[in-house]
Design a protein around this ligand. Sequence first.
Ligand SMILES: *Cc1c(COP(=O)(O)O)cnc(C)c1O
Length: 466
Amino acid sequence: MTHMHVAGAIHADAVQAGPQWLTRPADVNALDRAVWSSTVTRGDDGALRVGGRDVREIAAAEGTPVYVLDELDFRQRARAFRDAFAGWHVYYAGKSFLSRTIGRWISEEGLYLDVATGGELTVALRSPIDPARIAFHGNNKTLDELRFALSRGVGRIVVDSMDEIARIEALCGDHGWHASVLVRVTTGVEAHTHEYIATAHEDQKFGFSITNGQAMVAMVRCHMSEHITLLGIHSHIGSQIFDTAGFEVAARRATKLLAQFTAATGAQLPELDLGGGFGIAYTADDSPESPDALARELREIVEHECRGYGLAVPTMSVEPGRAISGPTTLALYEVGTVKVVDIDGGQRVYVSVDGGMSDNIRPALYGAEYTATIASRASAAEPVLCRVVGRHCEGGDILVRDVFLPRDIAPGDLIAVPASGAYSRAMASNYNHTPRPPVISVRDGRLTTLIRRETIDDLLALDVGE
Ligand SMILES: *Cc1c(COP(=O)(O)O)cnc(C)c1O
């Protein structure tokens, strides 16, 4: 039986048993640099600052929940990939978070851009990015989407099925267009990540299998087509990957396929795209590789393999999404209710905030772990194990499964959740008729709205019945 207590009645023996990886912090106000964007600090008054602004001012000006994006941090991460992978093409994966301003920043920082739907492509084309620097992905691109992309001069179509190759040939034949493509291949790598975000094992929907020969068939078909220039192959093994062994195996198998293609046709393909999926720190438990280390490892492997096969080293690409956008953004919520429940071995404090699974589905979808901190003040109270939950009608509506917050956490406090820049606003929904939060960037004390807050009138505008 579960007993509920009113806020303020948190006992001295409140839960001590967190998951093993979570250590009880000595100082509940401390910020772990690994998970916060570079300009986040806690001011002398205890409140968080980001981009030179106090989060209490941001909440007062913009309301909560709100995604606060640290522009300098975003640009630094984009540049770090660009510089580490100098000579390669670095495609920012727009599906992690895209707006017209993001398209501009990506263009200004000299990156390329990945899109996965006609919608993302439309946003990209309304930003200053050069269409020739865009690559279009997806396992089921419609004829309309392909027509749109080809007519606008999108630089690369990453083909994913025989049906798609036929559609591209038909469109190009009708309109006198020409398509530059990469063939997406499945390398058979078992990435050590959640099943739904692993994409290179055999039994899933993406790509042409190398093992069963379909990849070679698709490559030869594109190579022979009068409407298509086959530039190379593409491999993406999954997301939130820390173990670089997966990328290494994929790079080896992809290079071998390039060598086999050259042996079969005499032609050498100029490009090799190794995809994205580089992990980031959501909690102190995650330790991602630096872009420099990743670049060094991938470069060494491909160069070594190419030497072995007597191939010229192709122009290589990577496609970081989360590793650029994820760490840049904190989600800011206001605490509405605090509740204590008895569980085995103690108690758990449920802290309900004014957002939830509609603005971050990842914990419910993948069991993703996040952390949080009290943002509107520092507290001298001792740490207690909390669960930060949303306001939706689902028991699984959890934002942070386990986190130590101060015992005096109370309604009206602000809570910040770091690493909320990737796949949070991008995957947000209107569940429970909840308008989606805005994305506000901040730099040198100045706030800029990238995406405004949705309103109930926006939602009612879709409801044309009576
Ligand atoms: C999702 C995706 C990416 C980006 O993945 P991240 O985990 O955000 O780095 C890159 N390439 C392709 C093809 C993808 O589907």
